[in-house]
Design a protein. Structure first.
Length: 353
């Protein structure tokens, strides 16, 4: 019991220290890039702090796997350097049990990462987008007159973003398609206004395509759709919108989308596969516990670190393949964690002998 508590405290302390350092570095890099824009908007120091707080969840999510790798290496290296591992093994405690005892620390951070990605970060992203749009200077507001194109289920929509709050669209053109992707109707409207429940098309006109004819019509006002939210419109305004798991799921169910279906499929799978990276990193760091500090310890630590970084590269490559449709979404999200988990277990088995 004492050994389990000691290992857990040691591992948790090293991981939290590595996480704080990594998040600090990422925060500094992010602020160096964005601070001039914040100051240009006359938001001052309060604006910098506000931005940093809203970006913090995403930075923690990004840094979590590397924090487990670095913290695990520090913790295992400390145990090996003090010959604590040798004492444990001489008393019958295997490297497998040592790894299992250290696992709760990595699992806790994986659960934190999952909670951030699924619950906290989507809300802070929306708050950041709304705050950034509200403080946009006149030159940025001119972008509201630029048309955007997006999909809503089988429909393709072209419109101008007429309201920073996302409640109004202008110059709306809706292309309706059948299940085979063929155009069946085009609807044009001077504007579309969100009334709190659904969108209303103002002064719409439409052309319905038949095999041998085209039928035209018009109306004063017409109900349009419920799946499009003002928050979705605000997301379309963002220069580089962040796709959250809930937004990806809504896009797959017929909500607003600006990318291919394979992209959103991959994002949904990545939302669950991402936190698993923390556990993979612990497995890749575990062989460092068996390093001989009288010779070759530095090589073992460097190998574990290099393998962890390689995992991130391979994982990113598979994700890109999935988003482009070159690989199935399930394979793109889970292939790298499965491969490198097997590699970490194999290395631990080999070192344990």
């Amino acid at each position: 019991m004492r050994l389990a508590v000691y290992l857990l405290r040691l591992m948790a302390g090293r991981i939290l220290g590595a996480l704080a350092a990594l998040v600090g570095v990422l925060q500094i890099i992010d602020l160096l890039d964005i601070t001039p824009d914040i100051l240009d908007r006359n938001l001052g120091l309060n604006g910098v702090v506000h931005y940093a707080l809203l970006r913090l969840p995403r930075l923690i999510e990004q840094a979590a796997p590397l924090a487990v790798l670095a913290g695990g290496l520090f913790a295992f290296a400390k145990l090996a350097g003090e010959s604590a591992i040798t004492a444990m093994r001489s008393s019958g405690i295997s490297a497998y049990r040592i790894t299992v005892l250290a696992l709760p620390a990595a699992l806790a951070l994986a659960l934190v990462q999952l909670t951030i990605g699924q619950v906290i970060a989507p809300r802070t992203d929306e708050m950041l987008t709304a705050w950034w749009q509200a403080s946009a200077p006149p030159p940025d507001r001119a972008k509201l007159n630029e048309p955007v194109t997006f999909r809503l289920g089988p429909e393709i929509v072209t419109a101008k973003l007429g309201d920073p709050n996302g409640g109004r669209l202008t110059d709306v053109v809706i292309y309706h398609r059948d299940t085979a992707g063929r155009l069946t109707q085009r609807t044009s409207a001077a504007s579309a206004v969100y009334d709190g429940k659904e969108w209303q098309l103002m002064s719409p006109s439409f052309e319905m395509l038949a095999p041998l004819s085209v039928k035209s019509g018009a109306a004063k006002q017409m109900n349009w759709i419920q799946r499009l939210r003002p928050a979705d419109v605000q997301t379309l305004m963002a220069a580089q919108p962040i796709v959250t798991p809930s937004e990806a799921q809504r896009a797959l169910e017929g909500g607003v989308s600006v990318r291919s279906r394979t992209f959103y499929d991959t994002q949904v799978q990545r939302a669950w596969a991402g936190p698993v990276a923390c556990l993979v990193m612990l497995l890749l760091a575990a062989p460092a516990a068996l390093a001989n500090f009288r010779g070759g310890a530095a090589t073992m630590i460097v190998q574990s670190l290099a393998t962890g970084l390689l995992f991130m590269v391979v994982d990113g490559a598979f994700t890109a393949l999935g988003e482009s449709g070159a690989a199935p979404a399930v394979l793109a999200a889970w292939a790298a964690p499965a491969m490198f988990s097997a590699l970490g277990v194999t290395a631990l088995l080999y070192r344990e002998g």
